[in-house]
Design a protein around this ligand. Structure first.
Ligand code: M6R
Length: 610
């Protein structure tokens, strides 16, 4: 949820640190700071607010000559977003500066213990780490021993970047359950919590493993385990992304990512779909193993949960399978008699979401097998899983998830096809027909983006004035209604609720009047008429209606104030198309209201706390 960046080398560190930090800002953006090692002392600059503000502060001050530095962008967990709580934090003697991603679960106890000996300034869990290391140094321990002793005391997850005032040109990195890597350049090295931030300078990296410590200088890196033993990790080449991490011609990452969806869909098809069958590579769930599954539990959070929930409607068509979808944060409290024939499908864009990781750990302890549907290679989720399907969406920077959502749904649909076929629930011809329909998706998504952009922009302008929204769908479009509402509320801050359309009369209908708007999702299936009846009920109460449908001519005149027409598609694929106008709608409403679209208030891209 926060971002760490470090640099040591021949160039001026401050500019590079700011540039790296800007790339990480999507992960947390309430405050930020950097620490520079001048060779004699540590100079720290911090601020509440975005990296651009920190850049302004550095422009106005005289930056001392320095050889290396660490930087951090924060999403507050312990303590409000203030300058004092921003990282880096110093020990009492200003011997070290430290940045931290993650959470120290036992920080309150440690704080109490050390409070009399140390001057603790902030309310963060991070500062106590700096004091612990500082305290051990004071007792005469070496830097390495002080770090290892501190790591042994801490409970929770942490990625740390540390500078010592008397060790110019050196950065230390520490990793436990939170990503951290070192980038290796020519005569310069980097430390980062995300490869995205290093790509402008180097493509060679060492991904630290859990419970490892790295000592980094311009010439390279030394790595030790938490037990103090030297380890020799192999550097890897960071994969060149098919998608740029720059905004390019788009004003926001969210809009850029919405427009990348046809390319993402095409990439998924070309990786996993042959002419008449799907294939997820060697080592994937075998057909025999697929046959043994009795229950599928889908777990995920937020948008990823909506993708999973939508796929439930397909998985449950498979004979002999029971399927449930749960939000990760609730799944782990369930008292179910799990067993080895249960498959847990865990979905996550980042692969770092703490709730989903906790759900996966819980399921593993119960003996379930784990299939991860994830966007980030080498993430904690993919490492914990027995099987992985990558969603191939490329880096998603906008906090509101868009292309990751359709990519997750698309991959899940193909997983459904694989399992259904493996279990003989569908025959080869049905698989071929399903795939033929799936292969039309990229083209149709492209068509929607080019044809409906202006229309959605203008509808959003008219609808921005409404103070409350309902999103309604039935069947597979119910999860889509939940997602449409989530997208709108998280970036526009307008209250929005997603509902199964049939539930409207059981309560939410009380909200409807001429000041509320309802978005109705209608695909070409047997539920179309029922959705039309719901629209009648809304109109009878003067509610404003926006219909999104691939059967526009069948919507009775006067029932919808606006209709967004989609190309005709089989109902199961409707969410893969209708998501796009829903995302655009949320985007343009938020834009009309002048919201911070890529970095909405209070949110962070990866939620690494439970
Ligand atoms: O990285 P994940 O897919 O596990 O993240 C899950 C949710 O935190 C995420 O989808 C969140 O709901 C987004 N802000 C939605 O746009």
């Amino acid at each position: 949820m926060c971002g760490i960046f470090g640099y040591t080398g021949k160039r001026k560190p401050a500019g590079i640190l700011l540039e790296g930090l800007k790339k990480l800002e999507y992960r947390g953006y309430d405050s930020c700071g950097i620490a520079l090692n001048t060779g004699q002392r540590l100079a720290v600059f911090k601020t509440k607010g975005p990296v651009s503000k920190l850049a302004g502060i550095l422009r106005d001050r005289k930056i001392p000559a320095c050889c290396c530095g660490i930087a951090h962008t924060r999403w507050a967990t312990h303590g409000t977003p203030t300058r004092i709580n921003a990282h880096p934090h110093l020990d009492c003697w200003k011997k070290l500066a430290l940045v931290h991603n993650g959470i120290i679960e036992n920080f309150a106890g440690i704080k109490k213990k050390i409070a009399s000996e140390h001057k603790i300034k902030s309310s963060t869990d991070t500062e106590i780490i700096a004091h612990l290391i500082g305290g051990f140094l004071r007792k005469g321990l070496s830097k390495k021993r002080a770090i290892l002793k501190t790591a042994a005391v801490l409970r929770g997850s942490f990625a740390l970047g540390i500078l010592f005032s008397d060790e110019p040109g050196v950065i230390w990195g520490v990793k436990k359950e939170s990503p951290l890597m070192a980038g290796l350049g020519r005569g310069e090295c980097f430390l980062s919590s995300d490869s995205v931030a290093m790509l402008s300078w180097t493509k060679k990296a060492v991904y630290l493993k859990d419970e490892e410590v790295a000592r980094i200088n311009p010439q390279g890196i030394e790595v030790f385990s938490f037990r103090g033993k030297k380890v020799f990790p192999q550097p890897v080449v960071i994969k060149q992304e098919a998608f740029s991490t720059e905004k390019g011609r788009f004003q926001h990452f969210m809009l850029k990512e919405i427009f990348e969806q046809p390319k993402v869909s095409a990439g998924i098809l070309s990786r996993y779909a042959g002419r008449s069958e799907v294939w997820f590579g060697k080592g994937f769930l075998s057909r025999q193993a697929a046959n043994k599954i009795r229950r599928i539990f889908i777990v995920a959070c937020g948008t990823a949960y909506h993708a999973g929930f939508s796929s439930k409607y397909l998985f449950e068509r498979i004979k002999g399978l029971s399927v449930e979808a749960d939000v990760s944060s609730e799944f782990r409290y369930r008292k179910v008699d799990f067993n080895r024939n249960d498959l847990v499908i865990a979905i996550s864009q980042s692969g770092e979401t703490a709730d989903t990781l906790a759900a996966v750990n819980f399921a593993k302890q119960q003996g379930c097998r784990i299939l991860a549907v994830c966007n980030v290679e080498n993430s904690a989720l993919t490492r914990a899983a027995d099987f992985v399907v990558y969603t191939l969406a490329g880096p998603e920077i906008g906090v509101a998830s868009t292309k990751a959502f359709t990519a997750q749904m698309f991959c899940l649909y193909l997983i459904y096809l694989y399992i259904a076929r493996a279990r003989g629930s569908i025959v080869k011809e049905q698989e071929t027909v399903f795939l033929a329909k799936a292969k039309k998706i990229p083209l149709l998504q492209n068509k929607i983006l080019t044809q409906s952009l202006n229309q959605v922009r203008s509808i959003a302008r008219q609808f921005s004035q409404y103070g409350c929204f309902l999103f309604l769908g039935r069947g597979i479009n119910f999860p889509l209604a939940l997602e449409g509402a989530l997208k709108l509320k998280e970036i526009s801050y307008i209250p929005a609720e997603g509902y199964a359309a049939g539930e409207m009369k059981h309560g939410p209908i009380a909200l409807i009047d001429e000041y509320r708007a309802v978005v109705c999702l209608l695909s070409s299936d047997s539920l179309f008429e029922k959705m039309v009846s719901n629209m009648q009920e809304i109109k009878a109460r003067k509610g404003k209606v926006l219909a999104i449908t691939d059967r526009p001519s069948a919507v009775p005149k006067g029932l919808a104030d606006k209709v967004i027409a989609l190309p005709k598609i089989s109902p199961e694929f409707f969410p893969l198309l209708a998501s796009l106008p829903l995302q655009l709608f949320a985007y343009f409403v938020a834009k009309n209201l002048g919201r911070a679209i890529d970095k909405p208030r209070n949110l962070a891209k990866s939620v690494t706390v439970e």
